[in-house]
Design a protein around this ligand. Sequence first.
Ligand code: GLA
Length: 687
Amino acid sequence: MTTPGSSRGSSRPWPRVPGIAFGGDYNPEQWPEEVWVDDVARMAEAGVSMVTVGVFSWALLEPAQGNYDFGWLDRVMDLLAAHDIGVDLATATASPPPWFSHRYPESLPVTREGHRMSQGARQAYCPSSTAYRAASTALAGALANRYGTHPALVMWHVNNEYGCHTSECFCDESAVAFRRWLRDRYGDLDGLNEAWGTAFWSQRYYSFDEVIPPRLTPTWGNPTQNLDWKRFCSDELLACFIAERDVLRAITPDLPITTNFMGAFKPVDYFSWAPHEDVISDDHYILGADHMNHIRLSMSADLMRSLGGGNPWILMEQSTSAVNWQPRNLAKAPGQLKRNSLQHVARGADAICFFQWRASRRGAEKFHSAMLPHAGTDTRLWREVTALGADLKNLAEVAGSRVECAVAIVWDWPAWWAVELDSHPSSDVQYLDLMRATYEAFWQLDVTVDFVRPDADLSAYKVVAIPSLYLVSDASAANLTRYVEAGGHLVCNFFSGIVDPDDAVRLGGYPGAFRELLGVRVEEFYPLLEHQTVTLADGGTGRVWTEMLTPAGAEVVTTYVDGPLPGLPAITRHDVGSGVAHYVTTFLDAARTTRLLQVICADAGVVTRGLETGARLDRFEPAGLETIRRQAEGASYLFVINHTDREADVPAAGVELLTGKAADGIVHVAAGGVAVVREAAAATMDG
Ligand code: GLA
């Protein structure tokens, strides 16, 4: 069993829970106390080892400002300790109580249009509100003083899903905070005027008092003002987290502290947040109607592992079956709960938790699935939950092992914010579409990837892909160039390297920052109509974008046959130093993207579809086998997740941990099933 302050391969603490932690959000305050006894008995039956308590309990914990009522929580904590269930205790600050909003009406968030919102749901607070900051840190401190040494406490859960509903507030207090943030960034007004390009449209500022958040304007607002606003909003929420974290850390310096992320969530720059957390945790909900949702899940899991520098992370929330917030809330198919959960484990999660333990009777989420459904324990769902608990016990030895990748995808929140600002050449250039297309191609090739910032150390990667990097700093552009010169294989999509961090266009021809690296010069963009496609000479197709490119050192891989630029280059390749940089000037179709990445991987020595799965690269239905390796000193674990409706035979030798059976060269994975093989011989790095 690990202890507080111990790590799993990092210098940061990990919750004191053995093996792979299993559990969920536990909201006992919604139930009479006699139900709690049944709760802990059932938790033991399911193998629950950690629960998140108190996420939305501020109103009960602090009935009036500064008056705390911890009685019920004392009893819950003691009950859980008695049953050896660890508590990830929430600071309860995600939903200020009605008394708070009543007393501090100025703390309620204001929309861009100027409407002040009301309490009555959750997250009704302005991130810059001084009243909120004071009250939330006071509550965090009171909880830490009360429970800091409680035997059940294994981790702090600060707030909940920062920015989920309220990621920005346009009130006057936010305006003051924004001005402070801008002074820090630019020093003086000249710096701000230069960066924001205020010579345009008569926007020059002569006093910081004139500067406001990007509220509703008659037409397009200043792009750099909007970009800085996004930076500011992410930083303000981070400041809320840090304020609470620091209070907790002062009282319980050895306990891990987390706040739950939401995957590819645009408003919050998780790369800038991650270093401030001890453990990365994430909430991932699949979209039932999305037939690629298992690939989205993998992508989110890889992002979380990457945010934590490869260290184990926590899946803090997922659903056992349907949620309540999609237009049509589909139940999960039998076996999907297990596949989803073990996908997360395969990609580095050492904790699998759910929202929530017991399905609510009342409130907006009463039709959200839970570990213990309304229908009770004689249910398919309960049987799947308890089976998962047993599976995770069988995988205990996997905890702490790591996923090593030879391929990285560049991900950058400011570039995301900037590329989706308005008045651009095409509103069809959407960051996540490009990310997902690149990720899916690697997924089809069975290549596990890390996500990296553009200024990261890239030396460990054989291939680096840039799906979209409209905004890039000089330093990051130089970093990517050095990577290629040193032998790296880079592939970069259109509309990247276009502006500097102030959103000022890089002159002399596109793609400004990467012109030399890619050996090309682009004069003009030729975006396509909404449903227009173009054909490439090699049979591929493109959409969204084309551009008038002249090679300047690069060789042409293929050209356009039709569209606005027939005969002009569509894909180029440039040898730079001992590496190669490919450039793609359109949104390539999935098959062509996969073929291109396969060739680049082959050149770089990255194995694609390393296992004889029978999968064919020209088959792009959302099916297939996913294989991922987690590795530790002297041990290697091969996860095979079968998303198809056919049994699969996969080469593997060792012990299959879920069944305990030997795998003598082949492991049989049932349709929709999962196998985890402790491999007999230590494996090489999985491409
Ligand atoms: C989020 C929240 C939970 C709950 C779930 C429902 O993840 O953190 O409190 O609302 O959504 O899916």
